[in-house]
Design a protein around this ligand. Structure first.
Ligand code: ATP
Length: 240
C-alpha cells in the first residue's frame, strides 16, 4: 500500500534521511524504532508532505504521491497524528473532531456520513463522548491523545501515521490506546505506521519493524525477530 524508495530529506544542511526505503502492506502495523534524532518523525513528515523530500519515490496504492500538497495526501487516505497531539486547545472536543473531517466538508460530503463517523469515534473512545463539549486544552494527556487519534480518523484514513502516542502517558492509558489501534486494524483494516519510544510495547503490537540510526535503516524484520534480536534488546528494549 505504501512504498518508499531511496528518499532523502534535508533540513538546511542537516541530512536527516539518507536513502530510506521501506514499505507497508495493507492491514499491517509497522513500527519505526530508533534513538532520539534518528529520523523517525522525519519519515512520517516526509510521507505526509509536511517536510519536502529530495530524490527517491513515495508510492501510495500504486500512485506517486511525492510533491503533492499535504491536504491532497489526506484526501488520498493518509492521516497523521502528530507528536505532542497538537489538538486545538481553545476548541471543544467535538469541534476538534469535526475539523478532522474538514476536507470531507469541503468536498461537500453529506453531514450524515460525517455524523456517523463521529458516533463511531465516540464508541471507540467513550471518554470523548462524555467530554464532547469540554475545551480540548482542559483534557488530560491521555484524553488529548485519544482526541488527536479521533481527529485523524475523521478523515477516514487507509493509512494512519502515529507519532509517539504513548509519550508522557501512564501505562494503563497506553494500554488502552494501543488496544484501540489494534482494534482499528482488526475491524477496519486500517494500516498503521507507528513511531514509538516505547519499542517493546510497539513491537508487541506490530507485525514488522524498521530500526533507524542517524537517518538510515540499519535493520528490518518481523516484530518477533526484532524482539529477539540481541542488539535491539540491548539498545532499545531495556530490561524487564
Ligand atoms: P525523536 O524521537 O527525538 O522525536 P526522531 O527519530 O523522530 O527523534 P527527527 O525528529 O526525525 O528524529 O529528527 C531527525 C534529525 O533531523 C535530527 O538530527 C533533528 O535534529 C533534525 N531535525 C528535525 N527537525 C528539524 C528542523 N525543523 N530543523 C532542523 N533540523 C531538524
Amino acid at each position: 500500500m505504501l512504498k518508499i524508495t531511496n528518499i532523502n530529506t534535508y533540513y538546511g544542511q542537516v541530512h536527516a534521511l539518507k536513502n530510506i526505503s521501506l514499505h507497508l502492506i495493507a492491514g499491517e502495523i509497522v513500527t519505526l524504532i530508533g534513538a532520539n534524532g534518528a529520523g523517525k518523525t522525519t519519515i512520517l513528515n516526509s510521507i505526509s508532505a509536511v517536510t519536502p523530500v529530495k530524490g527517491g519515490e513515495i508510492h501510495f496504492s500504486g500512485n506517486p504521491i511525492q510533491g503533492l500538497a499535504p491536504d491532497r495526501i489526506v484526501s488520498l487516505g493518509i492521516s497523521q497524528v502528530p507528536e505532542g497531539r497538537q489538538v486545538f486547545k481553545p476548541l471543544s472536543v467535538e469541534d476538534n473532531l469535526e475539523l478532522g473531517a474538514y476536507l470531507r466538508f469541503r468536498a461537500r460530503e453529506g453531514r450524515g456520513a460525517i455524523r456517523h463517523d463521529l458516533e463511531e469515534i465516540y464508541t471507540l473512545f467513550p471518554r470523548l463522548k462524555e467530554r464532547r463539549r469540554q475545551m480540548a486544552g482542559t483534557l488530560s494527556g491521555g484524553e488529548q491523545q485519544m482526541l488527536a487519534i479521533g481527529r485523524a480518523l475523521m478523515a477516514r484514513p487507509k493509512l494512519l501515521l502515529l507519532d509517539e502516542p504513548s509519550m508522557g502517558l501512564a501505562p494503563l492509558v497506553v494500554q488502552e490506546i494501543f488496544g484501540v489501534i489494534d482494534n482499528l486494524r482488526r475491524e477496519k483494516g486500517t494500516t498503521v505506521l507507528l513511531v514509538e519510544q516505547n519499542a517493546k510495547a510497539a513491537l508487541k503490537m506490530a507485525d514488522r519493524g524498521y530500526v533507524l540510526e542517524t537517518g538510515k535503516v540499519i535493520l528490518e524484520g518481523s516484530a518477533s525477530e526484532l524482539l529477539e534480536n540481541k542488539e535491539v534488546q540491548r539498545a532499545y528494549l531495556g530490561r524487564d
